[in-house]
Design a protein around this ligand. Structure first.
Ligand code: ADP
Ligand code: MG
Length: 740
């Protein structure tokens, strides 16, 4: 704190050019007086090795003048007025001008400099625990100083700890002094000057089309309440606001200048996404329509399916097939709560693709899940593929060389109409004959790079495959409208019939024994149970020892029940064997680390116990819970929690568990998860490296978002040059990421 203040005192005056005094009292003096303009140029041409401050700026993404201009203050300090000491209340941060009446170094209780100053209204003692001889000199008795710091009113009278100070004199700044997000190696004073220079040099010319003002600015200008803000005015104001502004409107970003910036930011985001969508529309994909005279594979598939599709499933299948029948690559997200039946929808999309004479790939994030899909899809598809001489192939990392080679040749020859697997599916060696549809299950577990790799698989033909992404974590509406504006979304909003809702119970782990007794009863009545061990993020080894211990414990306490163990370090064959025993209903209890998190489908399992549930994320808990309640039996989810040493749960832990107990609705869970974690974490892999919104808040700025969404497509049509300039101003090179 005191360091910052020392640096900041010098600034407002010099940055605004209104004052004469630029004396920085302190050790930074030498460094801080170099010319930022010259430095910025040095960065751009990169001829010299960048200084620590330049490096720090680059790290913050402050590369271009416009980046600096858009680097906005966190808060402000008011150095525009001098306060009389007698008027300063305890805790106020004030600026005073006073004369030194005493200056001495004390050695007890520790070495410190005590300086008494008096401004005629009262006296104040300044205390410094670290100081330079030069500072001591500046504060010699009789010196007149301008001092800024927080007033404490102790027993010995007024005090300030490590205030910033300099020789009095020079005019007072007319604007508030900005305090920027910075780092230790980037002094505020340096950053302030760099920003002033950048503000002057940056091209801030209008990019909004004539007459297209964001809603709040319209309101203000129409009512003559505030001056109209264009970007240049808004930035100048936000960097150096006049002291009469209501600070709360700057802090909560409701000020029209902030509104203007947030609107522009949202517009840039929307433009880049619409642009990505338009670029995709220029790409070509195979048109997937049934070949004339082909056997009706879809009907055959539906005929042998043991259940009928729900209305929601039929509806999304329709949307997907309509997309695939176009020559533009599909880019669609299929979202549906856990257990809503996404797999069969994926299978139908695959059938449509195969029917048209093309190949389909389905990729899942874990081997267990991929394996399950494979088993299920083979069961559904082989009967109708066999007569056509086609197969379902399997590709995974832990595959025997020979089997892998066989699979690869099936894929290359086209005999494999469908390829199911893990990341192995997108490896370079995998050559498809004619891949036309890629399905990614649990898409949030995959990154941009993997989606790009999939899209490359058809590159030789100059086309791209259709892409269907599936997720059980629905995207809250606000995110869908902003970050996913370029994505088409299909939603399964209905569970298959006959499901009984899952009852969720929060139980303290001191009552673990009761829970185990209940497990015994469940198994005795022919049901099966999952027991998920705590997530120990720091250590996979601990995760494992924990699961092993629990496994032993449960085996002991449940004589006569087969208790299995599943964890990520197990050899694939062993995992497979365990899953088979559980799926077949032979194994009563499955103890596992979080490997079963996604997708596992064993309808007979009706109890899910999650140990240390307070450590899991909300979406993860919901996914785990979704492993039960898949059959007709009443199912339950027990969230065992343990309190910390103070007998408490963390606030977020509590919030998550409460949400779990209160709702089974995946959309509601997703909304709360977003609330708890914020968009950055929520979006996870998809946005790795992509620019997040810095200023706008999706909940608060819905009006601005609506405005941007409405304007973006029109602007791309009618004012493409402005649109390009706008996006590059706001996103620079980062816009590329959004296209994956
Ligand atoms: P998720 O959407 O979580 O991936 P799954 O595709 O695994 O869900 O489906 C969950 C279970 O529901 C599976 O056993 C599946 O066979 C079954 N199922 C899917 N659709 C229906 C339906 N329309 N009627 C009955 N059961 C269905
Ligand atoms: Mg699934």
């Amino acid at each position: 704190m005191p360091r910052k203040l020392t640096a900041s005192l010098s600034s407002a005056v010099e940055t605004l050019g209104t004052g004469g005094g630029t004396q920085v009292a302190g050790a930074r003096k030498g460094r801080a007086t170099r010319k930022p303009a010259a430095e910025a140029e040095a960065i751009q041409t990169a001829k010299k090795a960048p200084s620590p401050a330049q490096q720090a700026m680059l790290k913050l993404g402050l590369r271009r003048d416009i980046d600096l201009a858009l680097h906005l203050p966190l808060r402000y300090e008011d150095e525009t007025r001098i306060t009389l000491l007698k008027n300063a209340r305890e805790g106020d941060t004030v600026q005073i001008e006073a004369t030194v009446t005493q200056c001495e170094v004390q050695l007890r209780p520790r070495r410190m400099l005590k300086v008494t100053v008096d401004d005629g209204s009262a006296a104040c003692v300044l205390t410094f625990f670290s100081f330079y001889p030069s500072q001591q000199k500046t504060m010699a008795v009789g010196a007149r100083l301008r001092i800024r710091g927080e007033v404490k009113g102790g027993f010995w009278g007024r005090q300030m700890m490590h205030p910033s100070f300099r020789v009095a004199g020079g005019e007072l700044p007319t604007a508030l002094t900005p305090v920027y997000p910075a780092t230790a190696s980037l002094p505020q004073a340096y950053l302030r000057r760099a920003i002033v220079t950048a503000l002057q040099r940056a091209d801030l010319s209008e990019t909004l089309p004539p007459g297209e003002q964001p809603p709040v600015a319209q309101f203000y200008s129409q009512n003559g309440l505030q001056p109209f803000y264009d970007l240049s005015n808004a930035l100048t104001f936000l960097h150096h606001p006049t002291p009469d502004v209501a600070l709360t409107t700057l802090e909560d970003h409701s000020h029209p200048a902030w509104q203007r910036l947030k609107a522009e930011e949202l517009l840039a985001q929307q433009l880049s996404q619409y642009e990505a969508k338009r670029e995709r529309a220029r790409l070509r994909a195979p048109v997937l329509k049934p070949l004339p005279g082909s056997a009706d594979l879809t009907q055959q598939f539906l005929d042998q399916l043991p259940f009928g599709l729900t209305g929601a499933q039929q509806c999304v299948v329709g949307e997907i097939c309509a997309d695939m029948a176009r020559q533009i690559p599909m880019h669609r997200l299929l979202q549906g709560d856990v257990g809503s039946g996404k797999t069969v929808v994926a299978a139908l999309a695959a059938v449509a693709c195969i029917e048209a004479g093309w190949q389909c790939a389905l990729m899942a994030p874990t081997e267990i899940l991929a394996e399950q899909h494979f088993g299920k899809l083979v069961g559904w598809l082989e009967p109708i593929l066999a007569p056509l001489g086609k197969k379902v192939a399997w590709l995974a990392g832990a595959q025997k060389k020979k089997e892998r080679a066989e699979m690869l040749s099936l894929v290359e020859s086209g005999e494999a109409a469908l390829v199911v697997g893990t990341h192995a599916v997108i490896q370079e060696q995998v050559q498809f004959k004619n891949l036309a549809l890629a399905v990614i299950d649990e898409q949030h577990r995959f990154g941009v790079a993997q989606r790009l790799a999939l899209r490359q698989k058809l590159a030789a033909t100059g086309m791209e495959p259709h892409l269907l992404m599936m997720s059980a974590t629905p995207i809250p509406r606000t995110l869908a409208m902003s970050y996913y504006a370029d994505l088409d979304v299909s939603t399964i909003d209905e569970l298959p019939p006959g499901r009984t809702p899952i009852v969720t119970k929060l139980i303290s782990d001191s009552r673990k024994d009761e829970v185990i007794a209940r497990i015994g009863a469940q198994v005795a009545s022919g049901r099966q149970v999952y027991w998920v061990c705590p997530l120990i993020e720091e250590s996979e080894a601990l995760d494992l020892s924990n699961a092993t211990a629990t496994h032993e414990n449960l085996s002991e306490m449940l004589p006569g029940v087969m208790v299995g163990l599943l964890h990520s370090r197990m050899p694939t064959a062993e995992k497979k064997a365990v899953m088979e025993l559980f799926s077949a209903g032979i194994m009563g209890v499955l103890v596992s680390t979080t490997v079963i998190e996604v997708g596992v489908d064993v309808p007979n399992a009706s109890l899910m116990v999650i140990e240390h549930s307070e450590r899991f994320g909300l979406s993860q808990l919901h996914q785990l819970r979704g492993r039960v309640g898949r059959g007709a039996a009443a199912s339950a989810c027990v969230l065992l929690y343990s309190v910390n040493d103070n007998g408490r749960l963390s606030e977020t832990g509590k919030e998550r568990l409460r949400a779990m107990a209160e709702t089974n609705d995946g959309f509601e869970i997703a909304r709360r998860d977003l609330e708890i974690r914020g968009p950055g974490e929520f979006l996870g892999a998809r946005q790795s490296g992509a620019p997040m919104l810095r200023f706008a808040d999706l909940e608060q700025d819905v009006l601005l978002l609506d405005w941007a969404r409405e304007l973006a497509p029109r602007m791309l049509e009618q004012h493409p040059t402005l649109a390009t300039r706008h996006v590059s101003r706001w996103l620079g090179g980062k816009a590329e990421y959004l296209k994956a």
